[in-house]
Design a protein around this ligand. Structure first.
Ligand SMILES: Nc1ncnc2c1ncn2[C@@H]1O[C@H](COP(=O)(O)OP(=O)(O)OP(=O)(O)O)[C@@H](O)[C@H]1O
Ligand SMILES: [Mg+2]
Length: 472
């Protein structure tokens, strides 16, 4: 028994009349099975609807069909047979109480159109004598997507045609439902992504909040010595100004002497200058000016750097990918946190030569900052934090280790979970490492931990050079 015979046999069991159809038109089933195959291959809902409409139209060439879909409570035309182009559905519905009623009933109906109704329908440009209406709804639910209207299907064998149309209507319902479910899943995914990026930003801001005191201190230090240098320089400049004035006197008396004046007066002025130079130790002042100015300039550069780093860091991630030397990225992150770190730990740095990596630079700074922050927090009084980078040829490896409290073996597998924290309420959100994990995963890399309670922990980040990201 071939495929078609089998299907006929099955259908016959469900509806004896189908045999009549098979005799009447043995190609209908073949067409239907071809249609189902084509529909299964469709990716777009629009294609499914179009194929279905064409198929129904082909069942009886005298008929035409129209698919109306409900969108936000409003009915719109989704697809129609070629014979139905060029008329306005709103006119049609407004001009025909019959059609409005059929749609509102949401029931499968075959209606022979009365003369009066036919007249009304004619007003919108359509000559209609029979209407079949199929509500597109999921059985046993109130989910109604719209209706399928078939005009002028011949009365002969209508039961059999209805059987096929019912199957097509089911396919359309499934397609619309799948489409809507996919849409709502995509929407949920988008909301989740937005939520995650908000969390990322909030966490970043919280970290900055924690760092603020340290950063204020870091900026205060250079400001304090720049201020004291400026006070010294102001004092020096006053001394220089009086010295210059005395030199002007010397020049005046030199000129007078040349014009025949008393040379003793000129010598007297010279004596005053010599005394002034000795009194104010002008030679020493000259020597002191250079380091005072150098230190102050260095201090302003440091402040500028701190502010720049902070600005880079707090900037909302634009999603921009750039080519980055991770050694520099780590160093600039370290500068932000250095003030906190230096009281807790000696820092050991061992940077290998690294190629540029295409990455979200700010996000990776966030990863390093979170891991460094954890390392600092893990050290009770004083310890050591070390950073080591290297390139294996295919990956960049970054190892950040500390001599802190370590992580108990039974919770090591949980530390990357969102909201997992062992810190007291208000101290940690438990998001730090989860965010690191998410960011590293986006870069196709891995982050792992090796830890011995009481001895310390080492976090290893492996970032493949070939991560599919490209700088733009
Ligand atoms: N270097 C480390 N040494 C010891 N324990 C660590 C270390 N890093 C992480 N942990 C453990 O992992 C847990 C989770 O870390 P995570 O950074 O995700 O959150 P948190 O530091 O508790 O809070 P948050 O980072 O949100 O302020 C920490 O509470 C801590 O128990
Ligand atoms: Mg943390």
């Amino acid at each position: 028994m071939n495929n078609t015979d089998q299907q006929l046999e099955n259908l016959k069991k469900e509806n004896g009349k189908l045999l009549e159809l098979a005799v009447l038109n043995s190609t209908v089933l073949d067409q239907l099975s071809a249609l189902i195959k084509r529909i299964l291959a469709c990716e777009k809902i629009g294609d499914i609807l179009e194929i279905s409409i064409t198929y129904i139209q082909n069942l009886s060439r005298d008929s035409s069909c129209l698919l109306l879909l409900e969108e936000n409570g409003k009915i719109t035309v989704s697809n129609r047979s070629p014979g139905l182009t060029g008329f306005d559905i709103n006119n049609l519905l407004a001009g025909s109480s019959l059609l409005s009623r059929l749609l509102a009933e949401k029931k499968e109906t075959v209606t022979v159109v009365s003369e009066e109704d036919a007249e009304n329908l004619l007003g919108s440009g359509l000559k209609i004598n029979r209407i079949i209406c199929f509500p597109l709804a999921i059985p046993y639910t109130i989910k109604y997507f719209g209706s399928l209207l078939i005009f002028n299907m011949p009365a002969e064998n209508i039961e059999i045609y209805l059987y096929f149309i019912r199957i097509i209507a089911q396919i359309i319902i499934t397609a619309i439902n799948n489409h809507r479910v996919t849409e709502s899943l995509a929407q949920s995914l988008k909301s989740l992504q937005e939520y995650q990026s908000r969390l990322l930003q909030e966490e970043k801001m919280a970290t900055i909040g924690q760092l603020a005191a340290g950063i204020a201190h870091e900026i205060n230090n250079p400001i304090a010595f720049i201020k004291s240098n400026l006070i010294s320089l102001e004092k020096y400049s006053k001394m220089f100004i009086s010295l210059i004035k005395e030199y002007e006197n010397v020049v005046t008396y030199a000129r007078k002497t040349l014009e025949g004046g008393n040379p003793l007066l000129f010598l007297e002025r010279l004596k005053i200058i010599e005394n002034l130079r000795k009194e104010d130790d002008i030679d020493w002042l000259f020597e002191d000016i250079k380091p005072l100015l150098n230190d102050s300039i260095e201090g302003t550069v440091r402040i500028k750097e701190i502010v720049e780093n902070l600005k880079n860091f707090s900037h909302v991630d634009t999603g921009k990918i750039s080519m980055v030397n991770l050694n520099q990225n780590i160093q600039s992150t370290l500068r932000i946190i250095y003030n906190e770190l230096k009281y807790k730990a000696d820092l050991k740095e061992e940077y290998g030569e690294l190629p540029l990596l295409a990455c979200h630079a700010q996000q990776l700074s966030q990863v390093f900052l979170n891991v460094f922050t954890n390392a600092i927090q893990s050290i009770e009084s004083k310890g050591e934090i070390s950073i080591k980078t290297r390139c294996t040829g295919t990956d960049i490896n970054i190892i950040i280790s500390d001599t802190g409290c370590g992580i108990p073996h039974d919770i090591q597998s949980r530390i990357f979970e969102p909201f997992f924290t062992t810190k007291p309420v208000g101290k940690g959100t438990g998001l730090g490492l989860h965010i690191c994990y998410t960011i590293i995963k986006e870069h196709k890399g891995t982050i792992s931990v090796q830890s011995e309670p009481g001895k310390g922990s080492a976090f290893t980040v492996v970032l493949p050079l070939d991560n599919g990201l490209s700088a733009g």
